[in-house]
Write a protein that binds this ligand. Structure first.
Ligand SMILES: NC(=O)c1ccc[n+]([C@@H]2O[C@H](COP(=O)([O-])OP(=O)(O)OC[C@H]3O[C@@H](n4cnc5c(N)ncnc54)[C@H](O)[C@@H]3O)[C@@H](O)[C@H]2O)c1
Length: 286
């Protein structure tokens, strides 16, 4: 028996990284997946997005674990395209039990206003759109999981002029995701639909492993390498680990999707190796 037997989950940004890990984990636990990804680059974002081949590989991995999959190219900023993907999932699988709204970009290293617009459009607008198109199909007992970021919870991490307009947009969007989850949990509680956020620290994916992110951790170097940044990465954890793996986030997401968390809603679940408690110590009691 799997923890997702008979359930269908819609996952945005599923071609690689955390999204792929969530898709594979859902399938391994007996569920089916509706997977979407942009599979194209975004001009303001100075590292490559996933490709159609990446999305096909996610589909292959889902099937390898016994899951069924609908995999479609769609931009989370395009509500009609997302609705079409969900409609195809409903046509093939007949139901929808979960949403993982987690497609994201982090366009650091630029002061272009468009980077702010794109970060907000994808990282907040994309979450809102995914919820919007899924909601008419979600059954009682369904679970929505949105991916925020430790950066959303720690002022001064990305929301500074030094991180550029894209960093400000990213932080704004992720704070807005946390706020949306809080209030949407109230709105949907009467329908027994749960809404929770997962806030990762550094995750070992392409969003972390690119030149602009490396420069954010080592602004003193023009072209820092992985070797240069590894000693700086633990700034975002308390354990001293440089990052967590996508599968560590998938463990938390699977729990929130499954009935094991059936009375958990409105939660801001940090998967951050203690980063939050290190960076935001308690205020003095007196
Ligand atoms: N990697 C980290 O260190 C880290 C830390 C905290 C939070 N996060 C968040 O985790 C989530 C997943 O990121 P990841 O680490 O797997 O990075 P990633 O770059 O590997 O994956 C992001 C995926 O989203 C897709 N995508 C981007 N824009 C899209 C759009 N408009 N429409 C559809 N798909 C789109 C990309 O093609 C890619 O497949 C993001 O929301 C990110 O902000 C990541």
């Amino acid at each position: 028996m799997g923890r997702m037997d008979g359930k269908v989950v819609f996952i945005t940004g599923a071609a690689r990284g955390q999204g792929r890990a969530h898709a594979v984990r859902v399938a391994a636990e007996g569920g089916d997946v509706v997977a979407v990804d942009l599979c194209a680059d975004i001009a303001s974002t100075p590292y490559p997005m996933a490709t159609r081949d990446d999305l096909d590989e996610t589909a292959r991995l889902v099937k390898e674990r016994g899951g069924r999959v609908v995999a479609q190219v769609a931009d989370v900023r395009d509500r009609a395209a997302l609705a079409a993907a969900v409609a195809e999932g409903i046509a093939q699988f007949g139901r929808l039990d979960g949403v993982v709204a987690q497609a994201g970009i982090c366009p650091l290293g630029t002061t272009a206003p468009q980077a702010f617009i794109d970060a907000v459009g994808v990282d907040f607008g994309g979450v809102f759109n995914a919820v919007d198109v899924a909601l008419p199909h979600l059954l009682s007992g369904a679970s929505i999981v949105a991916t925020g970021s430790l950066a959303a919870l720690i002022p001064g991490t990305l929301d500074s002029a030094a991180k550029g307009s894209g960093g400000l947009g990213y932080a704004w969007a992720k704070r807005a995701v946390a706020s949306l989850v809080h209030d949407l949990a109230v709105v949907l509680a009467a329908q027994s639909i749960r809404v929770n956020a997962v806030h990762p620290t550094n995750v070992n994916t392409d969003m972390l492993n690119n030149d602009v992110m490396y420069r954010a951790f080592r602004p003193d170097l023009a072209e820092p390498t992985l070797e240069d940044v590894l000693p700086s990465f633990p700034a975002m954890t308390a354990t001293g680990d440089p990052y967590v793996e996508p599968e560590d986030i998938a463990d938390a997401v699977l729990f929130l999707l499954s009935d094991e968390s059936r009375f958990i809603t409105g939660t801001q679940l940090r998967v951050d190796a203690g980063g939050y408690v290190k960076l935001r110590p308690q205020a003095p009691a007196f």
